[in-house]
Design a protein around this ligand. Structure first.
Ligand code: F6R
Length: 648
């Protein structure tokens, strides 16, 4: 096993790593796409190098959401740059057990869907653990898997993802450093995290066959990729102690392992989160705010109560040297926090407030809220949405996707039943709706696990969500013509896995933007959600704005973009640039607006590890933001919605 302390690998690295607290080399890229291109390039170079020496190239491969962009790039290199996979042999890390390889969710299917079916690899060179074997044959199969890897000279390059609990392959916390390929029982958190592939947790297999940690460590080179929301576990694995409780931390023992991560997955690394502790810090106002806010929160003190002693004790001595008195710095940060709070999200008319987050002119503004799903507007910025409307702005909402996969089958029959009954009640010919009801009922009764719904059923599910969104807009007071249902095509796969954004998505968005010419845009800024719908929706808006700007359209110069957090978490308190307070009554009004989305109530689809309903998550999050502001010494509100400005 090639083990040695990464800190010892060479002097340059030694200094860099100690400086930055990191015990594994980490490469940080802007986004998952550029990170994946880097990894794909390294794989391609290795394959070509082996080809020139007439050797096989043995790759260890991973599945999951992380490597999808990597495989797309490898397919591109094959199709556009002629990269051949003829000399490549692959071993996959793992496979669910028991599961038929032809099942949509098997890793065998995943690998063929994303890579093998699109390149010239010899099918004989593809190895995956076999999830179809009877249990008594598994042990033998696992030994054979290990032997096969060794017979072929070992893995030249192993690709890894990382689970939120630190697992690599399916080596869950507690796995031994000496473990080999074997049958394992999946951690409940892993089953919940992977439930999105199955739609329903009870369908996720309870076991898997996985390469062991020692199998992984034997690879000559390891590249672990992590995007988006993996920041906490990345930091623990790279900066923490080596422990079997965090299997990825054991990679510190490998002498040629690199973590390739995007900016979001890097946010918990000390060099990014608290760069002042690594001695590498440029004291911009933003950085000062972050350092002071973090210190105040850590010490549970209002910002204005921080002392010179607190600064020195918490690694902020340099800041004092550069910027002077603690109290002066406290005040500077306090004003930044204070000025981010406003009850006027569209700007305060007839007032000149230089530090206000929004312009007062023009008033009223044309505001466009992009809502990835038909309920993100009300869940994530319902209070702000209502204020904008109540303060006289012309508010539009663009529902980017139909959201149809999150509607249960029961809703379809319930609404079709209504349609048939309605027509009967009012003497309307209900022959057609009866036929649709019968065919849908029959289809749904025999639908197999994860069978993709028919177009008809998907369109009914979309209609149900559209009616809920319209009802919410009516509740807020919007005119019907201000609701725009975009039905972006990237979403319409009928499965959880979505297509990447297409030209059609961008053109639909550009057309709407030109039509409305908004002064303000609000988007779900889930930058840390690399493969989810929210991120694709955001990318589409960004790309559209970029193109409009390049085209020289005059209106875009006066258009500001605000990002709200659409999914589960909130912005880091230090990054918030506009915080909209809510009274207890407004909190209740927002709650009832969320309740309108009945198809999403009682059983949150794809809820992950969080069992709270959407309204509960929204209220907890908004109350938490208000409490944090109060803890920092600002006025205590019941709740707050938060925004960050995006400059393009
Ligand atoms: C997949 C595997 C797992 C995943 C990990 C991260 O073959 O072995 O360790 O890499 O669960 O999954 P994603 O990439 O979906 O976040």
């Amino acid at each position: 096993m090639p083990q040695k302390n990464a800190n010892m690998s060479n002097n340059k690295l030694n200094v860099d790593l100690i400086d930055s607290f990191e015990k594994i080399p980490v490469k940080i890229f802007n986004d998952s796409k550029t990170g994946s291109s880097y990894v794909a390039r390294e794989i391609a170079n290795l394959i070509k190098d082996k080809q020139s020496k007439k050797q096989h190239c043995v790759l260890g491969l991973a599945t999951g959401s992380t490597p999808i962009t990597l495989y797309a790039e490898l397919v591109r290199l094959h199709k556009e740059e002629g990269l051949s996979f003829k000399n490549v042999i692959t071993f996959n890390l793992d496979e669910y057990y028991p599961l038929q390889k032809k099942a949509l969710q098997s890793y065998w299917s995943f690998m063929h869907r994303h890579l093998f079916s699109h390149v010239d690899i010899d099918p004989k060179n593809i190895y995956l653990p076999n999830g179809e074997l009877p249990k008594e044959e598994i042990k033998k199969e696992c030994v054979a898997y290990e032997n096969k890897i060794e017979d072929l000279g070992g893995i030249d390059l192993q690709i890894l993802g990382i689970g939120n609990n630190g697992h690599i392959g399916f080596n869950e916390p507690g796995s031994s450093i000496f473990s080999k390929t074997r049958l394992v029982s999946l951690d409940n958190s892993t089953r919940i995290a992977n439930a999105y592939e199955f739609q329903n947790i009870s369908q996720v297999p309870r076991m898997a066959i996985t390469m062991g940690i020692s199998t992984i460590l034997k690879a000559k080179r390891i590249l672990l990729m992590a995007w988006g929301m993996k920041a906490p576990i990345v930091a623990k694995s790279v900066e923490g102690h080596v422990t079997e409780q965090i299997p990825a931390s054991i990679l510190q023992q490998h002498n040629d392992c690199t973590f390739v991560i995007d900016e979001n997955a890097a946010t918990e690394l000390t060099r990014i989160k608290s760069p002042w502790l690594t001695g590498e810090c440029v004291w911009t106002p933003k950085m000062i705010k972050r350092a002071v806010v973090n210190t105040a929160l850590k010490l549970n003190k209002p910002v204005l109560s921080l002392t010179t002693h607190d600064y020195n004790e918490n690694g902020l001595g340099d800041l004092l040297v550069e910027k002077g008195e603690a109290y002066e710095i406290n005040l500077q940060v306090y004003y930044l926090l204070r000025d981010s709070i406003t009850g006027w999200p569209g700007g305060k008319p007839n007032a000149i407030i230089p530090a206000h987050p929004e312009r007062s002119e023009p008033h009223p503004k044309r505001c466009l809220i992009f809502s990835p799903h038909p309920d993100d507007d009300i869940i994530s910025m319902g209070g702000t949405f209502m204020r904008l409307h109540d303060q006289g702005h012309e508010v539009h909402v663009a529902y980017q996707t139909s959201g149809n996969i999150a509607v249960t089958d029961e809703f379809v029959t319930r609404f079709l039943d209504f349609a048939v009954g309605f027509e009967e009640q009012f003497g309307i010919d209900n022959h057609k709706s009866k036929t649709i009801l019968t065919t849908s009922r029959n289809y749904l009764a025999t639908k197999k696990i994860n069978e993709v719904d028919t177009d008809e059923i998907r369109s009914i599910k979309g209609l149900i969500r559209r009616c809920e969104a319209k009802a919410t807009c009516r509740y807020v007071g919007l005119k019907e013509e201000n609701c725009h249902f975009m039905n972006l095509p990237f979403y319409e796969t009928g499965t959880v896995e979505k297509n990447p954004m297409s030209e059609k998505d961008i053109h639909l968005t550009i057309d709407l933007l030109h039509q409305l010419q908004p002064h303000q845009i609000f988007c779900a800024g889930d930058l840390a959600d690399p493969h989810g719908t929210h991120k694709v929706c955001l990318d589409i808006v960004f790309e559209s704005l970029k193109r409009i700007k390049q085209s020289g359209a005059a209106w875009i110069k006066d258009c500001w973009v605000w990002l709200y957090k659409g999914a589960w978490q909130e912005w880091d308190i230090a990054d918030i640039e506009m915080a909209i307070p809510m009274s207890p009554d407004q909190v209740m009004k927002k709650r009832f607006g969320i309740f309108i989305h009945q198809s999403q109530k009682d059983m949150v689809p794809f809820q992950g590890t969080d069992s709270r309903e959407f309204w509960q998550r929204a209220e907890d999050r908004n109350a938490n933001t208000a409490n944090l502001y109060a803890g920092l010494g600002l006025t205590k509100y019941a709740a707050m919605e938060a925004f960050v400005r995006w400059y393009y």
